[in-house]
Ligand binder design. Structure first.
Ligand code: SAM
Length: 246
């Protein structure tokens, strides 16, 4: 029995691929890749020659069994996705579970993830946050998902495709209100990387004139704390009296 390595790959800038990740891909027996053509470009850049099998959302059941049987027979495997960390809105979760259940050691070679990268530079609270991934394309599921977040106090992270961004901003406004603040990170680690910080109303206006292009992460502030109840004058006087009689 050998090992499954979960290897993070760059989200844009190839210089973010770590020396340990290169070494791991060189040393494993084979790579399970979301799209072998995408991963081939990465391998070419780092002059890595390695056999690959495709492992994506449409073949993960039968391919997962095949990968597991090869690992159980003594081969080591690295699972990668097209960009970022496998398993985070990307294939990998099922393979990790399959291997873990079979007693196969699962190791991580961490790399960037768009979610945490966007959160870090959002300027919003990072102490507690929740990753919400992509909202469903099914209207009912999408609205249920947002309804479940109406009272959420933690910072929320969403992935979104550019053509759906304007509609998603409108939906977020419906549930969180136009004054809610958010940070929109675009093309992280790439040439046109940018972060815009606005309210939902401002973001909606902005994208009415600017066509969204590239890859986006939305970081939305949690429900602001209710205003601390202010002491009324009477309460303040009563408080002062109680101090004086002590
Ligand atoms: N596994 C990846 C990760 O760890 O971030 C996420 C893969 S998910 C299929 C792709 C989504 O991640 C994109 O639609 C976008 O929302 C976000 N994303 C990926 N790369 C990005 C980048 N360079 N800048 C901004 N968002 C990015």
């Amino acid at each position: 029995m050998s090992v499954l390595y979960v290897v993070g790959t760059p989200i844009g800038n190839l210089q973010d691929f770590s020396p340990r990740a290169v070494k791991t891909l060189r040393e494993v027996d084979f790579i399970a890749a979301e799209d072998t053509r995408v991963t081939q470009k990465l391998l070419n850049h780092f002059e890595i020659k390695k056999s690959m099998v495709s492992y994506h959302e449409h073949n993960l059941r039968e391919r997962g069994e095949m990968i597991l049987s090869r690992i159980l027979a003594g081969e080591s495997c690295a699972v990668v996705s097209d960009a970022g960390m496998p398993c985070i809105s990307d294939p990998g979760e099922d393979l990790v579970k399959l291997c873990a259940d079979a007693g196969v050691p699962v190791r991580v070679v961490p790399g960037p993830s768009a979610a945490v990268s966007a959160l870090a530079i959002s300027g919003l609270t990072t102490t507690r946050f929740t990753f919400e991934g992509f909202l469903s394309t099914t209207r009912k599921n999408r609205l249920e998902h947002l309804e479940s977040l109406r009272e959420e106090k933690r910072t929320m992270i969403f992935y979104e495709a550019p053509h759906k961004l304007p509609a998603t901003l409108e939906d977020l406004k419906t549930f969180f209100g136009g004054e809610r603040r958010l940070s929109i990170a675009r093309e992280l680690t790439k040439i046109y990387e940018e972060v815009r910080r606005f309210t939902l109303d401002e973001a909606i206006s902005f994208y009415e004139t600017q066509k969204p292009k590239g890859e986006f992460v939305l970081v939305v502030e949690g429900k602001p704390k209710e205003e601390e109840e202010k002491l009324t004058l009477e309460q303040a006087v009563e408080f002062a009296r109680s101090l004086m009689t002590q």
